[in-house]
Write a protein that binds this ligand. Structure first.
Ligand code: PXL
Length: 296
């Protein structure tokens, strides 16, 4: 593959005009980390679907193949292919074809199986999406499901509590579907400090090449902001492309999202507008100071 000054990511996601999710979160995040983003839009929405009652939705499935054909003619290569929100079964097939053509040893294939959160599928998702998403997961090097999506992929009922040992079993089962690295976000946890019990939300990961489980804990903040999953995975990709190790990349992702939430929480504005990303992006340019990752 050609030696590039700037690493290049093909980002296969929707463009939601308002609300800081998908491409409007991914592009600024990866750009701030010195990575070029080449968007392959799957749909155009007026606003994302998390917390808004109405949205316009233009499905771009029919335009995607021609778009990709032009990229083929340009002989483009990518350091990473990163897919997220996909609107239909047909789109998943197109992305699978994209991975077959543009994927390879030098190209990191990252699939965020965006389907739902808090135990439920997003309103725009049809139930058959889960079966199809499993096929895409099989082609990925890294997947980043949240706890809800991990449960859907495994056919497990959603639950409010889980032990580290049970999460490890889930991670191994997800890795057996294909990906060498599985990162589950929003894993519910509980921390006991003296008499005080507090809720945590953890990221727990399995790395097959290193045969290691990693955990990064995060104090639970009672606020849900759409789009943080997209920003989190973008930080991980940026960090890995900068040459960081997996636990460092996850740590940077968790620290950045925690910082964004803490910086946003004190302001009184609708949470559905997402975290105040623009205030925090410069942090991504600072040297990373390691926080709290541990080996499980
Ligand atoms: O961030 C995930 C996401 C992506 N795209 C759309 C969404 C959501 C979450 O709500 O609605 C359109």
């Amino acid at each position: 593959m050609e030696q590039r000054v700037i690493k290049r990511v093909a980002a296969i996601h929707d463009l939601s005009g308002f609300g800081r999710a998908s491409l409007t979160a991914i592009i600024p995040t990866l750009s701030s980390m010195g990575v070029q983003v080449c968007p392959l839009p799957t749909a155009i929405l007026s606003n994302h679907t998390g917390g808004f009652d109405h949205y316009s939705f233009v499905d771009l499935t029919d335009t995607m193949e021609e778009y990709i054909d032009h990229w083929k003619r340009l002989n483009l290569t990518f350091d990473c292919i990163y897919s997220g929100f996909l609107g239909s079964v047909r789109q998943i097939e197109i992305v699978a074809g994209f991975l077959d053509h543009f994927g390879g040893e030098d190209t990191l294939a990252v699939v965020d199986p965006v389907m739902g959160d808090n135990g439920r599928l997003y309103s725009s998702m049809k139930p058959e999406i889960t079966e199809e998403m499993k096929k895409l997961v099989g082609k990925a090097d890294i997947i980043t499901p949240n706890f809800t999506e991990a449960a859907f992929l495994l056919g497990e009922p959603y639950r409010e509590e889980i032990t580290d040992e049970e999460v490890k079993a889930w991670l191994l089962r997800l890795s057996e579907m294909g990906p060498r690295t599985v990162i589950i976000t929003s894993v519910p946890g509980r921390r006991v400090t003296g008499q005080v019990q507090s809720e945590d939300t953890n990221v727990i990961a399995y790395d097959r090449p290193g045969n290691a489980f990693w955990k990064v804990g995060c104090r639970y903040i009672p606020a849900f902001y759409p789009g943080t999953g997209d920003t989190f995975t973008s930080v991980i990709i940026g960090s890995l492309l900068q040459g960081d190790s997996l636990p460092v990349a996850i740590d940077r992702g968790v620290q950045f999202i925690s910082q964004c939430i803490k910086a946003s929480y004190g302001f009184d504005y609708p949470r559905r507008e997402g975290v105040l990303l623009e205030k925090e992006l410069d942090i991504l340019k600072m040297p990373a100071i390691m926080g709290s990752f541990e080996m499980l």
